[in-house]
Design a protein around this ligand. Structure first.
Ligand code: FAD
Length: 465
């Protein structure tokens, strides 16, 4: 039997560990996905970029046409909504596509990470839509599902998740208070005002819904019950997209990461609060559920970005036209060491991601929080190192737009903030580790006592050793 093409991407050791957990359908989908990446997605990247207008206004008005043909092809191949795991979402994707385990999807997402700009969009697996679909699927009313979830699943519209506030230290979500939605009980409606920024996807002409975190019950004694998620149509009166922000100069048009002001936007409670009236005050509960798998999806793709950077590095250092100090680049010891470290670090990080994905499958996102948190602050940093090495071997070209490396670097660097900065996850993991101390001390004390007994039984004391 011929070797599975995944072995061109994933170490044989990792595949041996996870292959028994892959269904035959997932293995077949993976073959199709790899072929789709190599035959359609990667060759289309240059065309995709060329179809984004350089005009500062026009670049926000349309979506590159090649994306439409790639989406059509992905649907035909059954490579649509792959992120929709089984369990809660069973059947939602309709036939081919969803229903994979998180572990199976982790490998698919890694492969998509080789073209993180195009593959997730082409297969309807991109953030922030995936997380938003999850919110609507789990917590939305039937009417909200019909209005937003179905077209999102079909790739007909886009959405934003609007949480980070201008001028507010937003990594501590209890600080979020500049966006309020005041209830008018007589009209059963909310008036929402606030100032957000870094809202991904808010520049996209297809976007018809922002899921906005807003204070609806400022006096609630629990800071975790003051907020709700409110569905806002960006075309509604009072919504102002102030500007697209840039990341090291990249604006990610036409999706963008935008500063947005909501000025007295009127929203009906039943149709506009996620979950209707019952959803009031549940904002924090819902964002927690949303962020778990979403954070891991980023890490899954990040492994693919790092792998592609290593592939680019390998080809550059093997260029027969480049010799320095009498040797080809690949013959210098530091270059060989960079290659080895990159290989080892990618393979280590993948195992963390796979373990987290498996834990979601077996214990749910809540049970996997520790594993997800560890991947969140280790995987992007690992990938940044690999990309940096790849840039370095390119000389000055490595920081130019003639390679995709600077874009990889910029997008990976943002992951150290997006969905919460590293330090917040590091703090949580560190605190959780410290909780082991009591048990650890008890076990260590027992080992010490047993050791003393053994020494005494043999006529020894510790002082004589
Ligand atoms: C490209 C991009 C896309 C984004 N997309 C979205 C989006 O779609 N929707 C959205 O709502 N937001 C989005 N964000 C915003 C992102 O989620 C926030 O930037 C992030 O949550 C941090 O909030 P902040 O910027 O207010 O940083 P602050 O809260 O001001 O924190 C600043 C720094 O303080 C330090 N810090 C914080 N807590 C601790 C701690 N416990 N210990 C030690 N140091 C600490 C960290 O170094 C942190 O980076 C995006 C950001 C980027 C860059």
């Amino acid at each position: 039997m011929s070797e599975h093409p995944i072995l061109r991407y994933v170490s044989a050791g990792a595949w041996a560990l996870i292959e028994p957990l892959f269904s035959d359908r997932a293995k077949d989908l993976l073959i199709k996905l790899i072929d789709f990446m190599e035959s359609d997605i990667l060759p289309s990247e240059a065309l995709f970029h060329s179809q984004i207008s350089p005009d500062p206004k026009k670049r926000w008005e349309s979506v590159p046409a090649v994306l439409g043909s790639l989406q059509k092809r992905a649907k035909e191949l059954g490579l649509w909504n792959l992120w929709l795991s089984g369990g809660d979402f069973q059947g939602m994707a309709g036939g081919e596509g969803g229903g994979l385990s998180n572990l199976e999807y982790a490998v698919m997402a890694e492969i998509m990470g080789h073209s993180a700009i195009l593959a997730p969009q082409a297969t309807n697996c991109s953030a922030p839509d995936t997380g938003n679909m999850e919110v609507l699927a789990r917590y939305g009313t039937q009417a909200q599902k019909d209005k937003y979830l179905t077209p999102l699943l079909n790739g007909e519209i886009r959405s934003s998740f609007s949480m980070t506030e201008y001028g507010v230290a937003s990594s501590d979500a209890t600080n979020l208070g500049n966006t309020t939605a005041t209830l008018d009980p007589a009209k059963n409606s909310l008036s929402l005002s606030g100032h957000k920024w870094w809202i991904t996807g808010a520049g996209d002409p297809r976007n018809i819904v922002h899921i906005v975190l807003a204070v609806t019950d400022p006096k609630n004694p629990s800071p975790h019950k003051r907020h709700s998620l409110v569905l806002v149509d960006p075309r509604a009166q009072g919504v102002k997209i102030i500007r697209p922000l840039t990341v090291f100069g990249y604006d990610d048009a036409p999706e963008g990461h935008c500063e947005v002001v909501y000025d007295n936007v009127k929203v009906d409670v039943d149709s506009g609060v996620v979950g209707g009236k019952a959803g009031l005050g549940r904002g924090f509960e819902i964002i927690q559920a949303r962020l778990g798998p979403g954070r891991l999806h980023h890490c899954m793709r990040t492994i693919g970005i790092a792998s592609r950077a290593l592939d680019i590095l390998l080809q550059r250092v093997s260029d027969p036209n480049r010799k320095t100090f009498g040797k080809y680049l690949k013959e210098h010891g530091t270059v060989v060491a960079d290659i080895a470290h990159s290989r080892a670090e990618i393979d280590q990080a993948r195992l963390l991601v796979l373990a987290a994905a498996r834990r979601i499958d077996t214990e749910g996102a809540k049970g996997a929080m520790q594993d997800i948190g560890i991947t969140k602050f280790t995987v992007p940093t690992m990938a940044l190192k690999v990309v940096d090495r790849a840039m370095q071997v390119h000389g000055a070209e490595g920081v130019s737009a003639d390679t995709p490396l600077p874009y990889f670097y910029a997008s990976l660097r943002t992951l150290r903030y997006a969905d919460g900065p590293d330090e917040v996850h590091i703090q949580q993991i560190g605190k959780k580790e410290l909780k082991r101390v009591e048990d650890l001390k008890a076990r260590t004390d027992k080992i010490r006592r047993d050791s003393e007994r053994l020494l005494q039984a043999n006529g020894l004391t510790r002082a004589k050793l």
